[in-house]
Structures are given as structure tokens and as C-alpha cells.
Design a protein around this ligand. Structure first.
Ligand code: NAI
Ligand SMILES: O=C(O)C(=O)[C@H](O)COP(=O)(O)O
Length: 397
């Protein structure tokens, strides 16, 4: 998706005016060396806010379209996100504006979100994820990492991705077959409305009804990949399904009836580990430096703080399921996000929208599994292997 255009000779780095979304962590620290950084709320950004700006550093909440940029002096737009459905790429191309997103910056964070959700549901419903079959729709940065993580955990996994070629060791299936065979379905496609395989409402009534009895459906891609109205109707009729929604059609609006019926609901924060956010900021900074033909002086290492929880010790008595749950919940307890989200249920529509954005803006610091060192030297090999497969930093001897 990265498509840096070549740098126009008129663009002097010292004179840059950089408009950035105020909710991009470390954006000042990262970009200050390139010019003046002005931070503004991204959701309400207007063409007037871009007066005199050379660079826009955005997030998924800003619709970067022709109307926003046509009278601007922008030379470069970056979005510190993986998804690009908020960016009208032809409009940027038409005006010769350079562009970069941050592919894969938060893929690991989303994978951990999915693993944590499954851990909670498996405990609640009394099964072990290793005995289930998981289907991944969209095997890109997120889906591919999730595929490998589940394989490493010994879970049966298959994927649907019509844009991919066959690959050794990967079971690619048609969507109908995936719906028929999988106990868990995780959606990780972009939101698209054109092309041979558009994903808008990919999961409508027909697909939702075709899911097996007891299926767990997880959407941490984009809300409108699932027809939310159809999902609501299907959930009213089928209480065997479990649903985890991180993303919602029409965000920041959330349908309270749907929220009430899902098993885990969160405010579009699956990719919100601090590690992912810093990576996203740094990737866009580096892309801008490339565009300007300048060396990148700030690195991810310079910016990432130490995690608040650095070490965990296990004794010999813990089994692999217990160890995995304890370690995962010590780094990220998804139930907390779900509980906060349910406060929306008591609010009026306008307050609900504001609260959705507030939760995202004030999201508590969450770190990825790899930041936690675990001393499992007194535990069984099974425990050590499980923790390693999950991506923790395991001391095993
Ligand atoms: N909830 C959150 O916080 C986050 C959400 N996302 C969303 O997840 C999406 C996926 O992220 P990445 O894996 O990084 O993107 P990616 O571009 O690496 O992978 C997307 C995959 O979906 C496949 N795909 C496209 N159309 C499809 C279709 N009709 N059926 C099945 N597969 C299809 C593509 O071939 C590709 O392999 C992003 O576009 C973004 O919208 C990404 C990161 C965080
Ligand atoms: O990267 C993406 O795509 C996402 O969905 C992000 O996690 C959303 O991040 P923000 O736009 O809220 O910064």
C-alpha cells in the first residue's frame, strides 16, 4: 500500500508544517525534527485546518478525500494505521500527494487480542482452544500471523483469501467450506467496496446463518465487513453463537442492542498495544523521511518505554492452560475493555458516540506478550512450549 511519490524540489524540510491527529502517541517527539507539528482532533478535521500544511499525519477517523485536500498545499499524507479505507487514494494521486500507511504495525496486537478473547470464551464455556478448528478470513499481516500462532499452539486452522496463491503448509478454502467446518471464525480483511472480492457486508444473513452450531465469530477488521443489522437479527434467533466485536458498522455509533447481545465488545482497540502505536508512528515518520530524501533520526527503540510488568515466575505445579491464561491476562485482560464498553449501554446516542472516542483516546497502556519475561524453568516442557508459542519471552532452563 505504501506509495511514496518522489519529493518535489520545492519542499524544504525545515519549513514543513505538519498537521497531525492529536491522538497519535509520540507524534511530536517523532516529527518535530522535520518542522512545526500542529496537533488537532482527527475526526473533525476540515480543509481549513490544513491551511498552509505540507504534511498530514492521520488516523482511521479522518476521511482523507478530495473535498479535504483539493485546495490544500499538502505534499504528503501518512496514516499511522494498517487500514486505508478512510483514504481516497485516487484523490491523492490526482494531486501528486505522496502517501504511506503503516502495514503490519499493529498485526501482533490484533493477534493477541484474538488469542485473549478466545482464552476467556474457552474458560467460560469449558473447552480448550487446541481442540477447535479456526477459520481466518483474510490471511494478510494480521491473518497470517494469527495463522502461524494458532498452528504453533497446535490448533487446526484454515483460511479463506481469494487473493492469495496456494502455499505449502497453508490450508486455503472457499468461504462456504470455512463456514461449514470451523468452530471459530476470525475476520481480518480490509473494508473494500469494489474489485473482484469486495468485503463490504461479506458476512450477511446468509453467511451468518450458515455458521455451524456454537460458532465463535470474531470481527477485528472493519465493522461493515459484517452486516450489523443482519447480525443483530441472527443473534436474536440463534443463542448458540458467540460473537466478539472490536469494530462496528457506523463507528463511533454503536448499536446498543447489538452490544448487549455480543459476548465481548470493545471500542476498536484490537490494534492498540503501545508497541503497535509506536511502530505505526515511526513507520510513517520513516516513510516521510524517505519521501524527503532525509535520514530517519528517530527509531522505535528511542521511543518505546519499558513495560510496567516485566517479569513473571511460574512454579512446577502449573499446567499449560493455566500458565497461558495467567500470562495472557497479566499482559492484557480483554474483560476490562468489555466492561468499560458496556457503560455505553446506559447512555444516550450522542453521549455514546463521544464515549466511544473517549475510550479510544484514553486507552490504558497495553504491552505485547514479547515484552513479558517469564521464568518457566521450574515448569514442564509443555508449559514452556505453550508460552513460547504465544510469543512470551520464556526463560526455560
Ligand atoms: N481492529 C483494529 O484495531 C485493527 C483493524 N485492522 C483492519 O484489519 C484489516 C486487515 O489488516 P492487515 O492484515 O494488516 O491487512 P493486509 O492487507 O495485510 O491483509 C488483508 C488480507 O485480506 C485479504 N482479502 C481481501 N479481500 C478479501 C476477501 N474478499 N475475502 C478474504 N480475504 C480478503 C487480502 O488478500 C489480504 O491478504 C485492515 O485493513 C484494517 O481494516 C487492522 C489493524 C488493527
Ligand atoms: O490500523 C488500523 O487499521 C486500525 O484499525 C487501527 O488500530 C485504528 O487506529 P486509530 O485510527 O484509532 O489510531
Amino acid at each position: 500500500m505504501k506509495s511514496d511519490a518522489s519529493r518535489p524540489s520545492s519542499l524544504e524540510p525545515r519549513a514543513l508544517k505538519i498537521v497531525a491527529d492529536e491522538n497519535i502517541p509520540l507524534v511530536r517527539e517523532c516529527f518535530a525534527g522535520l518542522g512545526d507539528v500542529v496537533t488537532l482532533p482527527g475526526r473533525s478535521l476540515t480543509a481549513d485546518d490544513l491551511a498552509g500544511a505540507d504534511v498530514l499525519v492521520a488516523r482511521s477517523v479522518t476521511k482523507v478525500n478530495k473535498e479535504l485536500i483539493q485546495n490544500s498545499s499538502l505534499k504528503f499524507v501518512g496514516t499511522c494505521t494498517a487500514g486505508c479505507d478512510h483514504i481516497e487514494l485516487p484523490a491523492l494521486k490526482e494531486q501528486g500527494v505522496g502517501f504511506s500507511n503503516a502495514p503490519g504495525c499493529n498485526a501482533r496486537s490484533v493477534v493477541e487480542y484474538v488469542l485473549c478473547a478466545l482464552d476467556i470464551l474457552a474458560e467460560r464455556d469449558g473447552y480448550c482452544i487446541t481442540g477447535r478448528t479456526v477459520g481466518i478470513v483474510g490471511k494478510g499481516q494480521v491473518g497470517g500471523r494469527l495463522y502461524r500462532a494458532l498452528q504453533a499452539l497446535g490448533v487446526r486452522v484454515m483460511a479463506n483469501d481469494p487473493l492469495l496463491e496456494a502455499e505449502a503448509g497453508v490450508e486455503l478454502v472457499e468461504l462456504d467450506e470455512l463456514l461449514e467446518r470451523c468452530d471459530v471464525i476470525a475476520l481480518h480483511t480490509p473494508l473494500t467496496t469494489s474489485g473482484d472480492y469486495p468485503t463490504y457486508h461479506l458476512f450477511g444473513e446468509q453467511q451468518l446463518l450458515a455458521m455451524k452450531h456454537g460458532t465463535v465469530l470474531i470481527n477485528a477488521g472493519r465493522g461493515a465487513v459484517v452486516d450489523n443489522r443482519a447480525l443483530l437479527n441472527v443473534l436474536k434467533a440463534r443463542d448458540d453463537l458467540s460473537v466478539v466485536l472490536d469494530v462496528w458498522e457506523h463507528e463511533p455509533e454503536v448499536d446498543p442492542e447489538l452490544l448487549e447481545l455480543v459476548d465481548i465488545g470493545t471500542p476498536h482497540i484490537a490494534g492498540y498495544s503501545l508497541d503497535a502505536k509506536v511502530t505505526g508512528t515511526v513507520m510513517v515518520y520513516q516513510a516521510l523521511c524517505r519521501f524527503l530524501g532525509l535520514p530517519a533520526r528517530t527509531s522505535q527503540q528511542d521511543l518505546t518505554p519499558l513495560p510496567p510488568l516485566m517479569k513473571l515466575d511460574f512454579t512446577g505445579t502449573v499446567d499449560a492452560d493455566q500458565a497461558a491464561s495467567v500470562a495472557m491476562r497479566a499482559t492484557y485482560d480483554i474483560r476490562r475493555d468489555d466492561a468499560l464498553m458496556r457503560r455505553l449501554l446506559k447512555m444516550e446516542p450522542e453521549a455514546r458516540k463521544l464515549a466511544f472516542d473517549f475510550m479510544r483516546k484514553n486507552y490504558s497502556e497495553r504491552r505485547e506478550f514479547s515484552t513479558l519475561k517469564i521464568d518457566a524453568s521450574r515448569s514442564s516442557q509443555e508449559v514452556q512450549q505453550r508460552l513460547q508459542a504465544l510469543g512470551f519471552d520464556v526463560l526455560d532452563e
